[in-house]
Design a protein around this ligand. Sequence first.
Ligand code: NAI
Length: 451
Amino acid sequence: MAFEKMKIKKITCIGAGYVGGPTMAVIAQKCPEIKVTVVDSNKKKIEDWNGPLEDLPVFEPGLSEIINKTRNKNLFFSEDVKKAIVESEMIFIAVNTPTKTTGEGAGMACDLKYVIKCAEMISKYSKSNKIIVEKSTLPVRTAETIKRVLDKYSDNIHFEVLSNPEFLAEGTAIQDLYKSDRVLIGSEQTLSGKKAADKLVSIYEKWIPSEKILRSNVWSSELSKLASNAFLAQRISSINSLSALCEKTGADIDEVSQAIGFDHRIGPYFLKVSPGFGGSCFQKDILNLVYLCRHYGLEEVADYWHGVVKINDYQRDRIVKTIYNYSTTNKLEKKISILGWAFKKNTNDSRESSSIYVAFNLLKLNYEINVYDPRVESERIIYDLILLGVNKSKIKEKINIVNSLDKIISLDYPIAIMTEWEEFFDLEKLSNLKILDFRNILSKNNVKYRF
Ligand code: NAI
């Protein structure tokens, strides 16, 4: 069926993670006439999406309420990838796109193996024309690769590939999806490409004002996502780099940040000093951007963006040094309690969290560490350390995961506050303790440390 005549009645999303789950829940809620199926190769994850609302695999404020209203009405979580592909007119690919660990581009380039696998499955199972939507963040010109794979196994089936990158932020995902600053849809500039884009626009138009739905060519759309993340991370690294200068000069980083942010051309967002950005996206997307720039021979541009990641590493190192200096100056034992393991508040996601790197380096210095996070499970905390190469016996010996704020306070170790969870703002509770508050790291000769 030609795309202009196609009616979108069934949507599939491959990947039931932090993007696939919330995004499809909102589409299902806003489009009750569409059947939305989210599939994943991870059986346990699908079981959890179908399980109790308090144990969904993704924690986001407002998400469980939507799941409660839509699940098994027009929103389904399934392991049956084949069936979901066959019956859908539109398929979103929202699988992970991590940094490559081996082969050409290891440590920098984006690993497309999960995306390619999706394209292969779609190509093998499809029996009718389909619109394929790239939701994952991808390097520029990935759509070309996807199209090649799609056409490999299927004759006489027309696939139109759209780029529709996701701009939600974890912790505010539902609000971001309800009131997106913009929805970006990249398509081939052919009649068929534009018609396919119309179909996706008509879904978003159910709740997003049309002036916020931007259309572009596929390559601009793919690059815009990488560039947006690079800009956001660059602001964090900019303010964090200045926090080091504030320490040396006696300037107060909060005052500097406020003064900068009052300029309407700059604005106040993402100017808060911190232990460095974490999350699964910023670092990998910038490294990917750097890799692309080098691939095209743009060494100066690559170096410029690489600096953003280097400053982030530098900020994490500074925190480790600060804790170490604090212990030695005060002749204390090597003990610390870390408050906050998630990379930011209001999420259970700890991927690339600065807490992991700080703990990892403190373990190398032989610290004993208590950890508390309101949402990250202890298995995940252990897994994060194992991923960095810490062995299980060291974790057993040196890491103590605690299940409440009161408990960690009662242990009376110096406390490093790493994440801005609301419950850590109640400093009354912590008033008799030694606090290193890295949510607002370093200012005015370190007075932000309350020892
Ligand atoms: P995730 O790791 O939470 O979820 C990805 C899911 O895809 C996993 O559950 C995995 O089992 C599944 N999967 C992988 N290969 C599969 C296959 N062949 N068949 C079926 N399922 C498969 O990842 P997340 O965070 O949802 O990110 C997905 C993409 O969205 C990435 O490209 C990321 O860069 C991008 N993104 C992420 C944002 C975030 O805040 N997490 C925000 C915007 C974009």
